[in-house]
Design a protein around this ligand. Structure first.
Ligand code: EPU
Length: 418
């Protein structure tokens, strides 16, 4: 295993380029199941989760090449419809193949994702949507099995706003007979990126980015060429918090301000300076971080995927902040590690009360999930002394060489095997 070691308290400055979005590329890769051709993408991040999705699609029969951000997926020979437990257990987003496989083969067998470090993550809304589109679903030995005649359109009212649920049903409906309307659909930019790709393949989808999405089923989809994956707004947000620490000054290249607007607004309230340019954002930290409250919500509200990182910043703010986690109420595994570094955090139900301290100090700490590990790396950057972040495979699931990017702008950060 690898650990990341950080000698903290260094001021960062310079330019960092944001990579393509994990949560956009994964459903887009699953979308390739719906055609029988060679699809090509650019700006694809080099992540463990992308490698897992490559493995999964290869098991299904796809031919894939991935080099330097360019991904090609030839889906012509896909001839299997089972996603095995071994892969699904390492990446819950594997469930995104359920809809496309059911659509292509009128059947699918996908391992049910198990427990997760960030709490309960049911897929009942995915299954509800598939049933409305005419699929039968059963649970057999830990696998969800679907069977259907050709899927047909229908009205799918989601009980909760679900990102991958919306994507799975959008993928299922693209080739179904008639019209599908998704109500209370997720509005996240990654849903829009998926709809854009599907429309370029020949689908007829309107309303992505709003809570009502209409999909008129078409008879077939073509391969898409050179589609550029949207920039990762959570990586951008993580780097924005890095800039807010230690009075740093970072300019993020290849990012969309409108995707991080809620976070930018919050950072500005802390006293951090945020300047918007065309396709780039400059963030300058302050020596007097003010406290703010955070309540996570579906997009365009404050993203749950940024809660842990902003909590690291608030550990060093003046005064008290309250974090309320409305999406994943138990997503607080980072707090006990931050406490070991000297942070003052109390958990009450789905809230965390953070009282800012003057400084935190380096310590050996353990990453528990992807965004928690990002918050711990940030804490290491801010801390006095040496921090060792263990189990960084969590970080590598969703950040493309974050340590290298931070090193290039002045962080004293390196990896060691243990
Ligand atoms: N939910 C249900 N039933 C369902 C689906 C979801 O009750 O069938 C609930 C969940 O328990 C949660 C809420 O709905 O309380 C929202 O969950 P959602 O389905 O939107 O989450 P997801 O699609 O599984 C995606 C991202 C997550 C991100 C969440 C929320 C991908 C691959 N994953 O997960 O990303 O936290 O949306 O924005 O897009 C990450 O990147 O670190 C990550 C965890």
């Amino acid at each position: 295993m690898q650990k990341i070691i950080i000698e903290g308290s260094k001021r960062l400055s310079g330019e960092v380029t944001v990579s393509g979005a994990k949560n956009a590329v994964l459903p887009i890769m699953a979308a390739c199941i719906l055609n029988e051709g060679e699809n090509t993408f650019t700006n694809v991040p080099d992540l463990a989760d992308v490698q897992t999705m490559i493995k999964l699609l290869e098991i299904l029969g796809a031919k894939i090449e991935f080099e330097k951000g360019n991904l090609s997926i030839d889906s012509k020979n896909i001839n299997k419809w089972e996603a095995p437990y071994d892969l699904v257990k390492t990446m819950r987003a594997s469930v995104l193949v359920l809809g496309p496989l059911t659509s292509r083969f009128q059947k699918a067998r996908v391992s049910l994702p198990g427990g997760c470090a960030i709490g309960e993550r049911p897929i009942d809304q995915h299954l509800k949507g598939l049933k409305i589109l005419g699929a039968k679903t059963i649970l057999d030995e830990g696998y969800v099995e679907t069977s259907a005649k050709k899927l047909k359109g229908g009205v799918v009212p989601f009980d909760v706003s679900t990102v991958t649920g919306t994507e799975n049903i959008m993928l299922s409906a693209a080739l179904s007979k008639g019209e599908t309307v998704l109500l209370n659909a997720a509005c996240e930019p990654e849903v829009v990126d998926l709809a854009n790709v599907l429309n370029l393949m020949g689908a007829n989808i309107e309303g992505a980015g709003t809570d009502i999405i209409t999909i008129k089923g078409v008879n077939g989809l073509n391969a898409v060429k050179d589609y550029e994956i949207m920039p990762d707004r959570i990586e951008a947000g993580t780097l924005m918090v890095a800039a807010a620490l230690n009075q740093s000054d970072l300019t993020l290249k290849n990012c969309k301000f409108e995707h991080v607007g809620t976070l930018a607004g919050k950072l500005i309230q802390t006293g951090t300076k945020v300047t918007r340019f065309n396709n780039s954002i400059r963030v300058q930290g302050t020596d007097n971080i003010k406290s703010i409250d955070i309540s996570t919500l579906p997009y365009p509200g404050f993203p749950t995927d940024m809660q842990a990182q902003v909590m690291t910043l608030m550990c060093l703010a003046r005064g008290m902040s309250i974090f309320t986690e409305n999406i994943f109420p138990q997503r607080f595994m980072h707090t006990s590690e931050l406490r070991r570094m000297g942070a003052d955090i109390k958990l009450i139900g789905n809230s965390a009360v953070v009282r800012g301290v003057k400084e935190i100090s380096g310590a050996p700490i353990m990453a528990s999930d992807l965004r928690a590990s990002a918050s711990l790396v940030l804490a290491g950057l801010a801390a006095k002394g040496k921090t060792e972040v263990l189990r960084v495979y969590h970080l590598d699931r969703g950040y493309d060489k974050l340590d290298k990017k931070l090193e290039a702008v002045g962080a004293n950060i390196w990896r060691e095997s243990y």
